[in-house]
Ligand binder design. Structure first.
Ligand SMILES: [Zn+2]
Length: 385
């Protein structure tokens, strides 16, 4: 008996191990690369991040005249094998595929050409408010964004903190002395403060590390290879974001190469996507630490943590639903209490089952009283005789 059960367990274990091994093989073959047409690694890296963003797949509109159809095709083909990007480059009007381009520009180009239901996943809004010392609003404007740039310049530390750079966007800035601002209501130059607030949170937050720029001192373009600490989470105004994709740039200003490192949600594994080659990342990011130091991270994608807002909403919905059900019953109980004048009846008294119990008790008491009356009558009759 015991040995047969043991054998069964062993069989199950072998089956499970076999299945796990098979899954691992499928996993290895799951992701496919994109062929490089010449210098189109900037496009490939963006495409791989998009491929690993299921929210995009769900929103593509096959009826739309935009590039949705092309993206849909490429995603379908990527599920089966390596594929080219000729149709996409044509739709994006990229004619010279041997020319190096900026991945951030390519991202903007795609978001411009995709249907709004897709681009709105990335859209956030920032409101800038400048107030004088008396509190008059000097200027207020709200601007939409798809990516938030972080300046790597004037970084005193050896490792640039992305978290610090991101927080800096929302820090209050003060204007005094020579920098005073004219206030229309005060009718003079006055000390002022300005602050920036995220008023619309994108579902996918993209931070752009400004590695490319123009140096006015040397009057030349530059590329910064400074080490950046990429945090696994980012928070603003109580809204939490978790990292899931990084577009890397390796090399110099003139000649370089783009790759993508993306987290696959289903197996919680990071994959390196380098044109045709997609492999499990040797070093799994954030496995041991909450930050990942990189000299190549260029665009960093964060996904809004669905848990808090959705969970809260769901909790509220459930609470409301329960409340709605309870309400009429409670009302009935209170009406009953008012009518009967019986203040002692607890709300529970009207719960199913409780009322029949009361009826049964009443029936027993009445029966008992009737019995006493009958006994009393018999005793009286007997004493008369
Ligand atoms: Zn003023």
């Amino acid at each position: 008996m015991i040995s047969s059960r043991k054998r069964n367990l062993e069989e199950v274990n072998t089956e499970e191990t076999k299945k796990l091994r098979e899954d691992a093989v499928i996993q290895q073959k799951k992701f496919h690369g994109l062929k490089n047409q010449g210098a189109t690694c900037y496009l490939n890296s963006i495409m791989q991040v998009f491929f690993m963003t299921p929210e995009i797949h769900d929103r593509l509109d096959p009826e739309s005249q935009k590039i949705d159809q092309e993206l849909r095709n490429i995603f379908e083909r990527l599920k089966k094998g390596a594929c080219g990007t000729e149709k996409i480059t044509k739709t994006l009007e990229i004619h010279n595929v041997s020319q190096q381009r900026d991945a951030a520009d390519c991202l903007d180009l795609i978001l411009c050409k995709v249907s709004p239901r897709v681009s709105e996943l990335f859209e956030g809004q920032l409101t800038y408010t400048t107030k004088c010392s008396k509190g008059h609003v000097i200027n207020e404007e709200t601007n939409p964004f798809w990516t938030l740039p972080l300046s790597l310049r004037d970084n005193p530390d050896e490792i640039y903190s992305m978290e610090g750079g991101f927080e800096k966007i929302f820090q209050t800035k003060s204007y005094s002395g020579d920098n005073m601002v004219y206030c229309g209501e005060c009718e003079k130059k006055t000390e002022a403060t300005s602050k920036c607030e995220m008023v619309k949170f994108p579902h996918i937050l993209i931070l752009l590390l400004k590695r490319f720029g123009f140096d006015y001192y040397t009057m030349s373009d530059f590329k910064s290879n400074c080490c950046v600490a990429v945090p696994s989470e980012m928070t603003t105004n109580g809204k939490k974001y978790k990292v899931y994709g990084i577009v890397n740039h390796m090399g110099s200003l003139r000649g370089g190469h783009y790759t993508a490192t993306v987290l696959f949600r289903e197996d919680h594994t990071w994959y390196d996507c380098d044109d045709c080659n997609v492999t499990k990342a040797e070093e799994q990011l954030f496995a041991k630490t909450k930050t990942y130091n990189s000299r190549s991270a260029y665009l960093v994608m964060y996904r809004a943590s669905e848990r808090e807002p959705e969970e809260l909403k769901e909790q509220q919905r459930t609470r409301r639903r329960v409340g709605e059900k309870d309400e009429p019953k409670k009302r009935r109980v209170h009406e009953y209490i008012k009518k009967s004048g019986e203040k002692n009846i607890h709300d529970d008294a009207l719960q199913p089952g409780k009322s029949s119990e009361i009826k049964r008790n009443t029936f027993l008491i009445t029966g008992f009283l009737a019995l006493i009356v009958i006994l009393a009558m018999i005793l009286t009759a007997l004493s008369r005789n």
